[in-house]
Design a protein around this ligand. Structure first.
Ligand code: DAH
Length: 351
C-alpha cells in the first residue's frame, strides 16, 4: 500500500508538471528530474537495500513499472510537442497559390534594335541579304572608291574621325556606303548583288537631330538591266511598309558623287499627314533617303564592267526613322543609356 501511494504521488506530480511543459527542452529537463542520475524515480532504487530479501523481487518489479509509466508519459508528451511543431511549421510555410505573382522584370529591345529589325525584315522579304561591314574603314573604301577623291568637297561633311600615325589612312566610317565597295569587291561579277548594310557611322555632329554616332542603312542592287524604275518601285514599297500605306513618296533630283543620276526621297510628313506643320517646315514633306543609280566609275573601280552591269544604291539614317516612328524628340537620348528613356519602350508593339 505504501508503494502504491508512492507511485500515485510520483505520477500525480509528474502529470501536474507535464501540463505546463511546452517545449522539447523543458521536457528534457523534466525527464532528467525523474529518470536522470539523481532523478526521483532513479533514487527509489536506493531504498532497495532496506527492503527485506523476500520483498526485493516485488520491489524491483514495482520500480520497473513506475519507470515504464513515467517514460511512457514523457514519450507521449514528446510526440505531442513534435506534432504541434510540425503543424506550426507547415502552417507558416503554407503557400497561398491565389496570391498574384510578383511581376517578372523583362528587358526590352532598344529602339534602334527595333527599328533595325523592321528595316531588315522588309528588305529580307524583298530578297535582300543583310551584309555586315567593319566600323574602322580605309579612306579608299569610305571615299576614294565611292568617287570621292582626296580634296573633293563632298568630304567636308564627313572628314572626321581618322586614326593616328601609321593608320592615318583609316577612319571610323562616316557612311555605310563603304559596304558598296566591299560587297562588289568580294563578289567580283559573280552574279547579282542585293544587300542592305545596317550599322553605326560617325561624324563630327552634335545637336538635337545630329549625334556624333548614329546608325545608317545602305542598300545596293547590282545586276544586268537594272533601271531607275526598279529603284523607285523598291523605295516606294519600302517607305509604305515602314511608315504606313498612306505614305506618299516623291523623288527629287540631287547629287551624290557615287550615283548618277542621284535623287533624294521625301515622304509625307508623319506628323501632319502632309498638311504642313513645324516638323516639315510647312512643306508637307520630309526628306528620308538619298539614292541613285550607281556611278559607272564606282562600278569600274570595284571591278565591274559598267557596260554590262548597272545598279542602284540608297542610304538613310535609321535614327531619324526611329525618332519619327516612336516620337523621340532628341537623338542624343537614343545613345544616352538612361534607363528612364529605355523603359518607355518596354513591351511595345505587343512583344
Ligand atoms: N552615304 C550617304 C550619306 O551618308 C547616303 C546615300 C546617298 C547613300 C545616296 C547612297 C546613295 O547609297 O545612293 O549621306
Amino acid at each position: 500500500m505504501e508503494k502504491e501511494q508512492e507511485r500515485k504521488n510520483i505520477i500525480e506530480s509528474l502529470e501536474k508538471e507535464l501540463k505546463v511543459i511546452k517545449t522539447k527542452n523543458d521536457l528534457a529537463n523534466l525527464k532528467a528530474l525523474y529518470l536522470g542520475k539523481n532523478g526521483i524515480v532513479t533514487n527509489l532504487s536506493l531504498k532497495m537495500k532496506d527492503i527485506p530479501n523476500e520483498e526485493k523481487r516485488e520491489y524491483g518489479k514495482f520500480l520497473n513499472e513506475i519507470k515504464d509509466e513515467v517514460s511512457l508519459k514523457l514519450e507521449t508528451l514528446l510526440k505531442e510537442i513534435e506534432r504541434k511543431e510540425l503543424e506550426e511549421k507547415l502552417a507558416s510555410e503554407k503557400i497561398d497559390i491565389t496570391l498574384p505573382s510578383k511581376k517578372i522584370k523583362k528587358g526590352s529591345l532598344h529602339p534602334m534594335t527595333r527599328i533595325q529589325n523592321e528595316f531588315e525584315d522588309i528588305f529580307v522579304s524583298m530578297g535582300y541579304t543583310v551584309y555586315d561591314g567593319p566600323e574602322i574603314e580605309s579612306d579608299k573604301n569610305c571615299f576614294q572608291k565611292l568617287n570621292i577623291p582626296k580634296g573633293h568637297p563632298a568630304r567636308d561633311a564627313q572628314d572626321t574621325f581618322y586614326l593616328k600615325d601609321e593608320y592615318e589612312n583609316f577612319l571610323i566610317r562616316s557612311q555605310t556606303s563603304t559596304a558598296q565597295v566591299r560587297a562588289m569587291e568580294e563578289n567580283k561579277e559573280k552574279g547579282p548583288i542585293r544587300i542592305v548594310c545596317p550599322g553605326k557611322v560617325y561624324r563630327r555632329d552634335e545637336d538635337a537631330t545630329h549625334s556624333h554616332q548614329f546608325m545608317q542603312i545602305e542598300g545596293l542592287v547590282i545586276d544586268e538591266n537594272v533601271s531607275m524604275a526598279d529603284l523607285k518601285g523598291t523605295l516606294e514599297l519600302f517607305c509604305k511598309k515602314i511608315l504606313g500605306e498612306k505614305t506618299n513618296v516623291r523623288f527629287r533630283p540631287s547629287y551624290f558623287p557615287f550615283t548618277e543620276p542621284s535623287v533624294e526621297v521625301d515622304v509625307t510628313c508623319f506628323k501632319c499627314g502632309g498638311k504642313g506643320c513645324s516638323l516639315c517646315k510647312q512643306t508637307g514633306w520630309i526628306e528620308v533617303l538619298g539614292a541613285g543609280m550607281v556611278h559607272p566609275n564606282v562600278l569600274e573601280m570595284s571591278g565591274y564592267d559598267s557596260k554590262k552591269y548597272q545598279g542602284f544604291a540608297f542610304g538613310t539614317g535609321m535614327d531619324r526613322f526611329a525618332m519619327f516612328k516612336y516620337g523621340i524628340p532628341d537623338i542624343r537620348t537614343i545613345y544616352g543609356n538612361d534607363i528612364r528613356f529605355l523603359n518607355q519602350f518596354d513591351r511595345k508593339d505587343g512583344e
